[in-house]
Design a protein around this ligand. Structure first.
Ligand code: FAD
Length: 423
């Protein structure tokens, strides 16, 4: 089949890879000049298969207000909030207070994440991609006794699902992360032993190149405008090229992986995707003393900042901010990220000299991504991956390719169904 994938982020590129592997003739449409240049660019670099959870978390609802009020708090909101932000928050509350939903969605996301891990391992075996990738586990630090108690429940759930994890004492944490000599409070940690890391931007670009070598066509600097067809099928997608020409790209099937920008393509066909761009920030800097840097990836629950080792670089990431598509990078956010790194890994890098970045998580109000058939027979959606698109990309690409080929998906997709927001 001829298949068009809209979006050259990590989700679109992995989707193109899986479709090509199945023998399809694939074209990717991307408005940037290279792959992985939006949300997939500067994320926290975790492939956190054991640590995925839905956005609409009932436990977070009561923490949200203190977090908003605290100067260094991880949650920020532009004042006054936009209508879109308010609508998104109300929808989030509705899902957070739906009895049992968080647990069901968490299990569904964990199953997809485990599948994603398998697909990543297979892909990395098949293709020799350079993206500073590793599988050395992930640590969630507990800076209070209450945080450690919370991790005990997560540990029990992971045991139940057969996902390896360990509760560590502070001594064991320092053994695992010898560079962690900073004064930040530490009561222990939960270690997600199967988890990994990797530069999502480098991965997206390397995989796009590998796909091109296998015959996938990447059309960069084109804007996908609207889908064209009848009530049953999409026949083509209208695009505008860099030169301003309008063109129709015909295909037998279409996959929308346009991240935060997916809704405007689908809504005219009668299905609204209530995605909101949840902003975050990162810094990336070469290591000046690798022995004082994280070995893998460390989540500091004190500031909710993630520090990740990427080869000879450090990536540190934080904040959940509702500010629509505002791309400003306030110094105060960077200062908090630097403070967290210094409190754990002092002297590992020249943090003031770091490259800075902001991006938007394509978040659904409940949390699971949107994966499945769209409002036309030959239209498929693989989008809305929120906080975990890098982690889930390889798995969701595989299951969407299975759906395109009319096969049952390897993982139950009920929690990810596109129509759930209007049910
Ligand atoms: C601060 C931060 C930290 C994060 N940390 C992690 C992490 O540690 N682990 C993890 O798993 N995830 C993490 N994420 C989330 C992860 O980065 C995203 O879920 C993932 O990158 C989404 O990929 P995507 O391909 O769906 O979207 P994108 O990367 O945004 O790609 C969508 C692409 O579609 C293109 N596009 C959109 N509309 C059109 C159009 N009309 N025409 C042409 N092109 C179009 C865009 O240009 C873009 O390149 C983080 C996100 C943020 C912001």
């Amino acid at each position: 089949m001829r298949i068009v994938v809209v979006g050259g982020g990590v989700v679109g590129v992995t989707t193109a890879y899986e479709l090509n592997r199945r023998g399809h003739q694939v074209t990717v449409l991307e408005r940037h000049e290279v792959a992985g240049n939006e949300t997939s660019k500067g994320n926290a670099a975790q492939r956190s298969y054991g640590a995925v959870y839905p956005w609409a978390d009932p436990g977070m609802v009561f923490k949200a207000v203190p977090w908003l009020l605290k100067q260094d708090g991880p949650l920020k909101m532009r004042m006054p909030p936009s209508v879109e932000a308010i609508r998104f928050l109300f929808a989030t509350l509705r899902y957070a207070w739906s009895p049992g939903l968080f647990g069901l969605n968490r299990r569904a996301m964990l199953r997809l994440a485990m599948h994603s891990r398998e697909r990543f391992l297979a892909l990395e075996k098949e293709l020799d991609l350079a993206f500073d990738g590793d599988h050395r586990g992930l640590l969630h630090l507990a800076s209070t006794p209450e945080a450690l108690a919370g991790y005990r429940n997560v540990h029990t759930l992971l045991n139940e699902l057969g996902i390896p994890s360990r509760l560590l004492t502070p001594e064991q944490v320092r053994e695992a992360e010898p560079g962690m000599v900073g004064p930040g409070p530490l009561y222990g940690a939960l270690s997600y032993d199967n988890d990994g890391t990797g530069d999502c931007h480098l991965f997206s670009q390397a995989l796009a190149k590998a796909c091109e070598a296998k015959g996938v066509r990447f059309r960069y600097r084109v804007e996908a405008e609207n889908l064209v067809g009848d009530d049953h099928n999409v026949e083509a997608i209208a695009i505008t090229t860099a030169g301003g020409e309008r063109e129709l790209v015909h295909a037998d099937a279409f996959v929308i992986s346009a991240g935060c920008w997916s809704d405007h393509l689908i809504r005219p066909l009668g299905l609204a995707l209530p995605l909101y761009p949840v902003k975050g920030y990162s810094i990336t800097v070469p290591l000046s003393d690798p022995d004082r840097a994280p070995v893998s990836t460390v989540h500091d629950d004190n500031y909710k900042v993630v520090s990740t080792r990427l080869g000879n670089r450090l990536r540190a990431t934080g904040f959940v901010e509702l500010a629509d598509f505002n791309r400003d990078i306030p110094e105060a956010r960077l200062a908090t990220i630097r403070k967290s790194v210094t409190s754990r890994f002092p002297g590992c890098a020249e943090l003031e000299a770091a490259e800075t970045w902001t991006g938007f998580r394509p978040m659904t109000p409940d949390g699971p991504a949107i994966i499945g058939r769209g409002p036309r027979d030959n239209l498929f959606l693989n989008t809305g991956h929120g906080t975990f698109g890098w982690t889930l990309s390889a798995g969701s690409a595989d299951v969407i390719a299975q759906l395109v080929d009319g096969e049952p998906p390897a993982v139950c997709l009920d929690a990810f169904r596109p129509g759930r927001f209007s049910e």
